[in-house]
Write a protein that binds this ligand. Structure first.
Ligand code: PHE
Ligand code: ZN
Length: 849
């Protein structure tokens, strides 16, 4: 089987052997680490098939079967496996391998982040450490002994509890760990290095005293307090909300600067991208604070949804990720404004997941065919997966959802299971038929709801018809929340179960034609086709009980005018639009919510719903609408801007909301002539990173003489703070003028730049492609070319990072013909590159198919 052969869900077979116990010893050395792996195997059922272990990029040193060294003729090794014929049913295998952490730039398996050693095994990284049955349904108890130089690596960590430690010859020492919970290899972790530790403790609801430890680079300990507080909140929240309690005596989190993803839920030893741990008042934005709490929560929640109950195979990834994202979203909603949290979830779906679901890599939340598993850690599996869980929560209601989850844990604790197992537990516990609902797991694409209404005045009846369509696929069970708004005091709210291709409802006793607020709280991840008049939208904005619908109506109104202006750039906006904005600005609503109402739909939210779109024309239209609103309502924006200023700095919800509102007002004001002084004023007087960064990003969007001075000042102030310098690189890459391509070359040559550091690589490349669409999509094609050049370099360094960065280049379906052909030309070049990693190959092939 070649590396590029797809794997299919339909081909799943249980493993032929089990591994019950693993005893690992790591002798850590920079370029030559030796791993001794003793495994206890048992044969599953009667068969005489050979044992085939996974292994990649490891050097095999020796194999022992029940203590006897095997000759190299007694097994076969190729570049991804080791095959051994054994006739025993119960045996011990000891495999010694050598690996090279120092040269591991892919950051999978054992690698170095600065001077520290650390591992990343999900999804299939353990095979880069040793030969193993590297699949999630093979679960073993692990004992791990870590040996390293005591001065370089005073802290030696692995999963579970510390069971032994001591000094060795030559300045070395060791620590041995034991994890009593059987786990798949993807949850294995090891960390060794010199850290500062923030320590705390948590008493669980049943009285277990848990030691909490956060390991950070020296000098960063004061930036770990928010993460610690977030962890304790997450632990308490999971007890209160789901009755779920932590199960070991110690919970460790390590922050590293080199990491491909956000963080990893390894049992008892989470490894985090430092950007989701470190935060303090001066260097972190409000969004950073929010994200740290959310990711800390996410990884903690995995201890039950992912670790105690894990996935049978990687096609089931959404079993743990969709459910855990739903849990972290609920946690955030409970800690902050539920409405604003929900609005932000929906923005992510609409701007990114819908595009993925309409693009060449579209897949169901439970994919059926995979070439490179790392390519399936997607917005679909995570965010749409969370929406599917949320729909269940909506359909069943909070109590029944909880009963279903309780049954799921009691049935499957300690097991590796499937998405169907999960749904069946929810169905059985609540007596609900969820067979049709299961289709959400096998359909890709975003369903479209087409809505029509008819009011029958004589009979006081309101008729509502909803049709669903998604590429001719069978009808889904879609929960649709609605509100009927009339002049009555109370709006009439309903939860409809749309289960047919087309379905109608009649509401009786409706005394006047109601205004329909559709998809309250965004009950389903769908698109809608339901043209509503400006007046109806304005009515929803002020009268709907559901805050999401109030916000969404405003977005719809804006979308209408942005698209009109795009087709007719000279048109003037109607007074009614200005009035709507005027009432938003003067209303007495919570600042955070108001900030969301004032934020225009983004380029990415709009681009894939317009056919053959010229991205520059779309950007111009967004800009025109923004500038017109700013011009017309300048005094109000200014007033709101000034009224939202705060003397001191605090970090409560009110203060955060005010900053958001102030900065959205700033973003309008800077579109006007002679308002640049606001930027430098705000930059100079800011006492927190949110305000500083807001000033700088406005400055980058509307570059003036002063921009370079401000950027230089910022760089001097923060040159020794890695995470803040990532922000600086990202700002530079988003500068909106035609010096950008020289700027990009300068950035890549900057002494602090390295493609080997994923955060830094993303700070330049993703910031350019995402935050600088005018130049990414510029007519010369230079933006596309720039991305391809970086991908070619990254392909050899870190294919996983390369593969994530290619996204904007494969989602070209809605762009105009000229841009499509420029992009395809670039993709063909990439496709022909020899030694393209399968991560990129899979995506490029799909895009060009
Ligand atoms: N399982 C991690 C999470 O969602 C994500 C991850 C996947 C991290 C693969 C590293 C590698 O929390
Ligand atoms: Zn996760």
């Amino acid at each position: 089987m070649s590396d590029f052969t797809p794997r299919y869900l339909a081909d799943y077979r249980a493993a032929y052997f089990s591994i019950t116990r693993v005893d690992l010893t790591f002798e850590l050395e920079h370029q030559k680490t030796r791993v001794t792996n003793q495994m206890h195997f048992t044969r599953n059922k009667a068969h005489n098939l050979p044992l085939v272990l996974d292994g990649e990029q490891v050097t095999l040193v020796s194999v022992k079967l029940d203590g006897e060294i095997l000759a190299s003729t007694e097994y076969q090794v190729d570049d991804h496996s080791l095959t051994l014929a054994v006739d025993r049913d119960d045996f011990q295998l000891e495999i010694v391998t050598e690996i090279n952490p120092a040269d591991n730039t892919a950051l999978e398996g054992l690698f170095k982040s600065g001077d520290a050693y650390c591992t990343q095994c999900e999804a299939e990284g353990f095979r880069r450490i040793s030969y193993y049955l590297d699949r999630p349904d093979v679960m073993a108890t692990f004992t791990t002994k870590v040996i390293a130089d005591k001065r370089q690596c005073p802290h030696l960590l692995s999963n579970g509890n510390k069971i032994a430690a001591g000094n060795l010859a030559n300045g070395k020492h060791f620590v041995q760990w034991h994890d009593p919970f059987p786990k798949p290899s993807y949850l294995f972790a090891l960390v060794a290095g010199d850290f500062e530790v923030l320590r705390d403790q948590y008493l669980t609801m049943s009285g277990r005293d848990v030691a909490l430890e956060i390991f950070v680079d020296k000098g960063n300990i004061n930036k770990a307090h928010h993460a610690m507080a977030s962890l304790k909140r997450a632990m308490a929240w999971d007890e209160q909300t789901f009755g779920l309690e932590y199960d070991l005596d110690i919970y460790m989190i390590v922050a590293v600067d080199f990491f491909n993803m956000g963080a990893m839920e390894n049992k008892g030893l989470n490894v985090f991208n430092s950007k989701y741990v470190l935060a303090d008042e001066t260097s972190a934005t409000d969004v950073d604070y929010f994200n740290v709490e959310a990711v800390i929560g996410h990884e903690y929640f995995h201890n039950w949804t992912g670790n105690r109950v894990t996935c049978r195979d990687w096609f089931q990834l959404s079993l743990k990720e969709g459910l855990t994202v739903f849990r972290d979203q609920q946690f955030s909603a409970d800690m902050h404004s539920a409405a604003v949290t929900r609005i932000q979830n929906v923005r992510v779906l609409r701007s990114q997941q819908f595009a993925e679901d309409a693009g060449p890599m579209a897949h169901p939340i439970r994919p059926e065919k995979v070439i490179e598993m790392n390519n399936f850690y997607t917005l679909t599996v995570y965010e749409k997966g969370a929406e599917v869980i949320r729909m269940l929560h909506t359909i069943l209601g909070k109590e029944k959802f909880r009963q279903g989850l309780d049954l799921y844990f009691s049935r499957f604790d300690g097991m590796a299971v499937t998405c169907d197992d999960f749904i069946n537990a929810m169905a059985d516990a609540t007596g609900t038929d969820l067979e049709q609902f299961k289709l959400w797991y096998s359909q890709s694409g975003t369903p479209l709801l087409t809505v029509s209404e008819y009011y029958d005045e004589q009979n006081a009846q309101y008729h509502l018809t909803i049709a669903q369509s998604n590429n001719e696929q069978p009808a889904l069970h879609i929960p649709v929340g609605i509100e009927l708004i009339t002049s009555e005091q109370q709006n009439d709210a309903h939860l409809l179960a749309l289960t047919k291709a087309k379905q109608s409802w009649t509401f009786e006793g409706v005394k006047e034609k109601p205004v329909l607020a559709l998809l309250t709280d965004f009950t389903a991840p769908v698109k809608t086709n339901f043209p509503q008049s400006d007046q109806a939208l304005a009515c929803i904005m002020t009268r709907a009980d559901d805050e999401f619908c109030r916000w969404d109506a405003g977005q719809k109104l804006l979308t209408t005018y942005i698209t009109r202006v795009m087709k007719q750039p000279q048109m003037s906006l109607p007074d009614s639009l200005y009035q709507v904005f005027e009432s938003i600005l003067s209303a007495d609503t919570a600042a955070a919510f108001k900030a969301e109402q004032l934020t225009l739909p983004s380029f990415n939210e709009l681009v894939d719903s317009i056919e053959a779109v010229n991205p520059i024309a779309l950007l111009d239209a967004i800009e025109t609408v923004k500038r017109s609103l700013a011009k017309q309502l300048a005094p109000l924006f200014l007033k709101q801007y000034q009224a939202s200023a705060q003397a001191g700095y605090s970090h409560d919800g009110i203060a955060i909301g005010k900053r958001a509102l102030k900065n959205v007002c700033l973003s309008y004001l800077v579109t006007l002539d002679n308002h640049e002084h606001l930027l430098s004023q705000q930059y100079q007087s800011a006492n927190n990173m949110t305000d500083t960064l807001a000033a700088l990003s406005c400055a980058a969007a509307y570059p003036s003489q002063e921009l370079n001075t401000l950027m230089a000042d910022f760089a001097i102030k923060w040159s020794d703070n890695t995470l803040v310098m990532d922000k600086w690189f990202a700002l530079q890459a988003s500068i909106n003028n035609d010096t950008i391509f020289d700027k990009l070359s300068d950035l890549m040559a900057h002494p602090l730049f390295s493609l080997k550091n994923p955060n830094r690589a993303r700070a330049v490349i993703a910031a350019f492609t995402q935050n600088n669409p005018r130049y990414f999509h510029c007519a010369s094609g230079r933006g596309y070319q720039f991305l391809i050049e970086q991908l070619v370099l990254l392909n050899d360094i870190n294919p996983q990072v390369a593969s994530r960065l290619i996204t904007p280049l494969i989602q070209f379906k809605s762009l105009d013909a000229k841009r499509q052909s420029m992009i395809k030309e670039q993709l063909v070049k990439l496709q022909q590159h020899d030694k393209l990693a399968k991560d990129l190959q899979e995506k490029v092939d799909a895009a060009l198919a």
